[in-house]
Design a protein around this ligand. Structure first.
Ligand code: KG4
Ligand code: ZN
Length: 350
């Protein structure tokens, strides 16, 4: 059986195709992605209306490229992200997916984007056991408890303000380093001293850890603190080391992300930590996660980068797992939901 997945929740238009074996095995046949990232650069962040239009324009080519790569005329099932994500962006992808499903006469499955980030773990090794997923990108910062791919997940924590990637993008902007901020800050940080400036760790005080925000994140205080540091230096006529600011900012982000992820593993007894999202590319995050996982006896799994960022394969993978388990299609009446709960892997037919 061949399952095609369409992703369009943010700024990547993705079409992925997977062959699902009778034993549940999965093979990637195609992974085609177009990104509108450059069109958002001058705004310093994703502009929803621009993303929607870009999805509409890219969809036919991305679909054609995926079908050609897989060498098929049509799949046996079509899946699409129906949430969470940007309203217009979700609508374009889900509507296209339903139109393709109707034209091809195959069933439609509306799936959860976050479940897709977790599902890619099964494409590169053993099936994911009980684990914690740390999903960090320009749009999400989440700690999820996962029982298995395709099962309802539990959100332990998320950000109260900026997403981790958004914090990188905003700090990059205030340092005049451009968009996206992650890769450039990561690079400059490698030449700086991470202990030069002690920036705040959000929601990490003893009282925060005892309270309802134990597993939550907050990056807006950190961003403000970097801004204050730069302003003060300018006022006093001091030259700052951009490398030191980048390294110290990055250390604050990665320290909190990994400390909270390992605390979640400890609280739930999970023995595996999965990273996902664009920020999973960060060198310090990977290093600190690896070190802290090793000391805690937790296995760290980081999918290859093209599977960490948004793509269609992740949507096909979660749908394929659910189809293998006998799930019913969502049907063409299935709507989109910008804040779809993580407890819902697949939207049921109404
Ligand atoms: O998953 P992704 O490609 O898509 C969206 O969120 O739309 O993630 C993009 C985010 C951006 O905020 C970017 O700054 C961040 O991931 N990012 C990084 C790195 N590479 C990309 N952040 C930190 N370090 C990196 N090396
Ligand atoms: Zn995503």
């Amino acid at each position: 059986m061949i399952v095609l997945g369409i992703e369009s929740s943010c700024d990547e238009t993705g079409v992925g195709i997977i062959r699902l074996g009778e034993d549940g095995s999965m093979e990637i046949l195609a992974d085609s992605v177009a990104s509108s990232m450059q069109q958002h650069a001058r705004f310093g962040g994703v502009v929803p209306e621009i993303a929607s239009r870009a999805h509409l324009e890219a969809m036919p080519q991305v679909m054609r490229a995926a079908l050609d790569e897989a060498g098929i005329d049509k799949p046996d099932a079509v899946a699409a992200t129906v949430g969470p994500g940007l309203a217009g962006a979700l609508l374009v992808g889900a509507s296209a997916a339903k139109a393709y499903a109707a034209a091809w006469g195959v069933p439609f499955y509306g799936v959860n984007h976050l479940g897709g980030h977790v599902a890619v773990a099964n494409l590169e090794g053993e099936s994911l056991p009980h684990s914690i997923a740390l999903l960090v990108s320009g749009g999400h910062t989440q700690l999820l408890e996962v029982q298995a791919v395709g099962k309802p997940m539990k959100e332990l924590g998320s950000t109260l303000d900026d997403a981790a990637g958004e914090a990188y993008d905003k700090v990059s902007r205030l340092l005049g380093l451009g968009y996206p901020g992650g890769p450039v800050i990561d690079k400059l940080a490698a030449k700086g001293n991470k202990d030069a400036i002690r920036f705040p760790r959000g929601l990490s005080k003893a009282e925060d850890l005892r309270g309802e925000h134990r597993h939550d994140f907050s990056f807006s205080g950190l961003k403000t603190s970097v801004a204050r540091y730069v302003e003060r230096a300018e006022r006093e006529g001091r030259v700052i080391s951009v490398e030191d600011v980048c390294a110290s900012f990055q250390e604050a982000v990665c320290d909190v992300l990994t400390a909270k992820a390992l605390r979640a593993c400890q609280d739930t007894g999970a023995k595996v930590l999965l990273l996902g999202g664009g920020v999973a590319a960060n060198s310090r995050l990977r290093q600190l996660a690896a070190d802290r996982c090793r000391s805690a006896g937790v296995e760290l799994r980081v999918p290859r980068f093209s599977l960490c960022t948004d793509n269609g394969v992740m949507i096909a993978a979660v749908a394929a797992q659910l189809i293998h388990e006998g799930a019913e299609p969502s049907g063409l009446a299935c709507g989109t939901d910008t804040s779809l709960e993580v407890e819902i892997p697949l939207v049921a037919a109404t």
